[in-house]
Design a protein around this ligand. Sequence first.
Ligand SMILES: [Zn+2]
Length: 105
Amino acid sequence: MKKCIFCGQESQDSAQYCSFCGKPFIKKNKWYHSNTSLIIGFLIGGPAILPMILSNPKFSKKKKIVLSTIVVVLTIIIVKVLISVYNKIYSIYDKSYEDLLKTLN
Ligand SMILES: [Zn+2]
């Protein structure tokens, strides 16, 4: 017997749909298919979560394309911001180093 996650009634193990409420029996989602782990995964691994999106049975094909595009675009934006921040920090250090040289001379 398996328990319906919608109404809590038990049905035959072979049943595809709940015999009480008629809802389909969905296999439990894997942890890496939850929205929370997708967001955390993106924050840590960026585009590395693309396989997680593409293998997610919850998402339709259209949603997968949209989400993949968002991930790629966000990754590009983050990389660009990081590069400009790095350049700014680098130019500040570069300038102070030049100033230091001037005062020494
Ligand atoms: Zn049910």
